[in-house]
Every structure is written in C-alpha cells, then in structure tokens.
Design a protein. Structure first.
Length: 387
C-alpha cells in the first residue's frame, strides 16, 4: 500500500465535511519498539512515530504519549551491561535515562513546531482523589494549549513497576491515562502484529486475531503464552480490559509498521482491535453517580443552572447559592437548582469551606478571598456530568 498524501490523510481523518473516527488518542510505546531490539533508543523509529503524531496534531487531534525507554536510555548512557540488575540499580538507570528520553522527544517534536511536557505518574497519584483531579486537569489543560504530554511511570519511586507488578507497568498506566482523560482510542504498540492464537515468535502457524468484542477467559489464556517483552501480551490484555470497560477502544499493533499510527487512525485494519464494552458517558456517569465519593451538594442559581444544563459550561463560584455537606477538594458532589432538583454531579476543585467563602463572588476574587486558588471553576465542565 502506498503512503497517503497529506491531503488524503486529512480528508480521511476528518477534513472538510468529514468527522474523524477518533479525536483524543493515547499512544503507548514500549521499550522494544523504541530501541528496535537494540541496546539504545532508535531515533529513526522515534522520528517516524513522532512524525505521524505531528500529522494527527495538525489534523486537530489530541495525543498523549505513554512512553517506556528511560531505563534502556540510562543503561546505554552509562555504558552498562544488561546482566546488572536489582531494583535500586534500575531506578538509577531510570533517573539517568528519563532526561535523555525527554530530550529526544523534545527535539523530534520540536522539528514539527510542537511543544511537549513531561508528566511522571505513579498508581498512587491516580488513586488519591486530589492527585487524580490534579493529573486530569493538568493533562486536559496541556492539550487545550496544543501541548503533547509525554507520560511515564515515575520509575525512581514506583518500585512496583520495576518488579513487573500487575498494575505497575506502562501498559496499565496507559489504560489509566486513557480513562483519566476520556480518550477515544488507546493504541498499544508492541513488537508483534497483535494478539495471536499463539506466540508468533515461536509458532509459525500462529494466526492474528483481528478483532475482540469481549475479553473473556479464552482471550486471557491466549495472552498468557510466552510472548517476549517486559510487560508481555498479558499486561496488554489487562490494559485493554480496563480501557474498554471505560468506553475506550483499544488497538494492539506492531509499532514499527510503516505509517502504522496514521493508518490506524484513518480506519485501516491493523493489529487487534478491542471494542469498548460501554460508552464513555455511561462509564463516567456510573462512576460519578455510584455514591463512591458523593459527599454533599451545591445549590446554584438559575443562571448557573442554565449554563451547566444547556450550555455545557463549568460551574463558577458566582452561581453557587449555598453548600450542603462537608466535602474536600476532589470529592464528588451533586449540583442542585434552587428548586431542589438535581441537575448534575461533578468533582469539586475546592472544599466545602472554601466554596462557602467564595460563593456568589466572581472568579477573579478567589485569590484575594482564599489566599490561593485551584482554578477559576468550582466544578470544571470536564469533571461534570449533566443528569
């Protein structure tokens, strides 16, 4: 297949009169892809992937990169052999290599006039209410500014990742990030074409499974074969299960296939596609309405009610009339109109005490009233579901 021209690509993914298949995409790139099987980062491979992401960026899509490779980059920089192991030592390699990994991304994206931002996360960051909210707001704000976040596990402190724990690898981190930002598609690049009936590196009769509608025991059994790589296919299936349950489509594909990213986004069938098992809205509604962390309510005036319900606006302090309950920043609260009807629910940027102090005031007064601020919104529209 010949490579698409720029015009053909733009038309396919959403040029004039077309709607793109995907708007917000999380791309996870593993060490085996980035090093092309060598002991160092392969800048040619990285340049190809970055160039494809630049085309998506130019077409108006939002991309987050979850990237491995820091340990490999650190090992090569220090000139050390792979036979030296141990968790503290690998953390040293990650500390040395992370800056080199980011420098490579910064230069490669810079050639396309795109700014990148380093984002180091751990599972604990996303398990904590405040950390979840901070990470989500930061990633969404970066994308609004046209910046591409480069996310990695914070290997220096995330010991679980370096032990290969179930939820500490970058495959599962990428699924968490996809859920965090309400992505449309998660692409897991690996050194195989996708999920097969057996490990294709060992069994020449192995057949590619092009589509999986539901991840069941048989799917997991196939993934537990002796696939190569740190995470292996099993962790990719774990990640796919997490992401599809959040309403995110997932594709596992060969990361060094020519123009693989742009071809996937344009709808070409490559690798293994995993269908989402629910819609993103349904998934988010279930989480927000589950009662898991609903701690109170905000009574709002008619103008704020209309802005939230009809105009898809954030809730500002000026529209809040009263507060019920004792909640903290990052908790879920109900939003109620002045007639007592629940109209929405969302994650608050401020505690009940803070909102009580700023209610009825314009956003520009928050700093003066509190001595600090976490943004102009009491509940940002990205963290709000209208009922």
């Amino acid at each position: 297949m010949a490579a698409m021209t720029e015009g053909q690509f733009k038309e396919t993914v959403g040029g004039e009169g077309n709607s793109p298949l995907y708007h917000r995409i999380v791309v996870k790139v593993g060490t085996n892809v980035l090093t092309a099987g060598t002991d160092r980062l392969d800048l040619e491979v990285m340049a190809s992937l970055v160039g494809q992401m630049a085309r998506l960026h130019e077409a108006g899509m939002e991309t987050i990169v979850v990237s491995s490779g820091a340990v490999a980059a650190g090992r090569h920089r220090l000139g050390l052999a792979k036979d030296r192991r141990g968790i503290p030592f690998r953390q040293v390699l990650a500390a040395v290599g992370q800056s080199r990994l980011m420098d490579a991304y910064d230069q490669l994206f810079g050639w396309h006039g795109i700014i990148v931002a380093q984002t180091l996360l751990t599972k604990a960051d996303l398990s904590d209410r405040g950390g979840y909210l901070n990470a989500r707001n930061t990633l969404l704000a970066l994308m609004e500014l046209g910046v591409i976040p480069i996310v990695n596990e914070n290997d220096v402190v995330a010991v679980d990742e370096l032990k290969g724990a179930k939820f500490g690898d970058n495959d599962n981190l990428s699924a968490m990030v996809a859920n965090l930002v309400d992505a449309d598609l998660l692409i897991l690049f690996t050194d195989t074409q996708g999920l097969h009936t057996a490990d294709p590196h060992r069994d020449p009769t192995a057949r590619l499974i092009s589509r999986v509608e539901h991840i069941d025991g048989e799917t997991e059994r196939l993934a537990k074969g002796r696939y190569r790589g740190v995470g292996g296919m099993a962790t990719k299936i774990q990640a796919a299960r997490l992401a599809t349950a959040s309403g995110v489509a997932v594709i596992i594909a060969y990361g060094r296939e020519r123009d693989v990213l742009t071809r996937l986004v344009a709808g070409e069938s490559l690798g293994t596609f995993f269908s989402p098992t629910t819609s993103k809205l349904e998934s988010r509604k279930r989480w927000l309405l589950s009662g898991l962390s609903s701690r109170g309510s905000l009574v709002v005036d008619e103008g704020a009610s209309r802005a939230v319900r009809e105009l898809n606006r954030s809730l500002l302090a000026a529209g809040v009339k009263s507060i019920e309950g004792d909640f903290q920043r990052g908790d879920v609260v109900a939003i109620v109109d002045d007639g007592g009807r629940s109209i929405a629910c969302g994650i608050v940027n401020y505690s009940a005490t803070d909102i009580d102090a700023i209610k009825g005031y314009p956003s520009q007064r928050i700093q003066a009233l509190l001595g600090y601020q976490y943004g102009a919104e009491v509940v940002h529209r990205n963290n709000l579901v209208v009922l």
